[in-house]
Design a protein. Structure first.
Length: 218
């Protein structure tokens, strides 16, 4: 757990010093916003790059509070806290990847994101898919809590519905994550986003319906 926490803190704070160092080399005006067509819609000051690292730190602090809250609801062990920290690590990894991506586009003053070798949506959703696979493997170990896991009114009916729901949710997360990773190798841009979003929507609908059906039986 201590090793995971160290990784968590590194990913939480790393974007800030990297961005501060990058400010020395960035042009004064950078692409500040892109439209749905991947074209620059607004140029801004290079100091706007500091916004994302600050948001990353705030998000990290939020995830730490979630991990503490979920750990306090566990009678024994540290499974809830471990899953929360792991979720935080993968979320922060996405933040770090996005920081690096946009520093690259800022430094090169990219006006068309389509010209970048790595598509931002592919990058984000490949990491998200891997995250879902990892979390899916950990979900069956979760103790009942009000912060993390496949939580619905029906899954929290009793210990049996909770355990069955987390086991089913874990399998669905693994399958959904694998499907998203495969999609990202064949689809770019907004189509990648829409396809991944569709997989997640179906996944959530199936999981919620399962908790409803299992609650009727138990």
């Amino acid at each position: 757990m201590e090793k995971q926490r160290r990784i968590f803190y590194i990913l939480m704070f790393l974007p800030l010093p990297v961005t501060l160092i990058s400010l020395v080399f960035l042009p004064d005006q950078i692409p500040a916003h892109y439209g749905s067509d991947n074209q620059v819609t607004r140029w801004g000051s290079k100091y706007e790059t500091l916004i994302f690292p600050v948001v990353t730190i705030i998000f990290g602090l939020f995830m730490l509070e979630i991990s503490k809250f979920s750990a306090n609801q566990e009678k024994a062990g540290e499974d809830n806290e471990k899953v929360s920290i792991t979720a935080g690590i993968f979320s922060l990894l996405i933040f770090n990847a996005m920081t690096g991506y946009f520093l690259y586009t800022d430094f090169n003053k990219i006006e068309d994101l389509s010209s970048v070798p790595i598509d931002i949506y592919q990058l984000i959703f490949v990491l998200l898919g891997i995250f879902m696979i990892v979390i899916g493997n950990m979900m069956p170990k979760l103790q009942m809590n009000s912060a993390i896991g496949l939580r619905t009114h029906w899954s929290m009916k009793n210990e049996i519905t909770w355990e069955k729901s987390q086991r089913f949710g874990g399998i669905s997360y693994i399958i959904g994550g694998a499907v998203i990773v495969v999609i990202c190798f064949f689809v770019r841009g907004m189509y990648c986003f829409l396809a991944a979003a569709a997989v997640i929507a179906v996944l959530l609908a199936v999981d919620v319906f399962y908790t409803y059906k299992i609650a009727q039986r138990c």
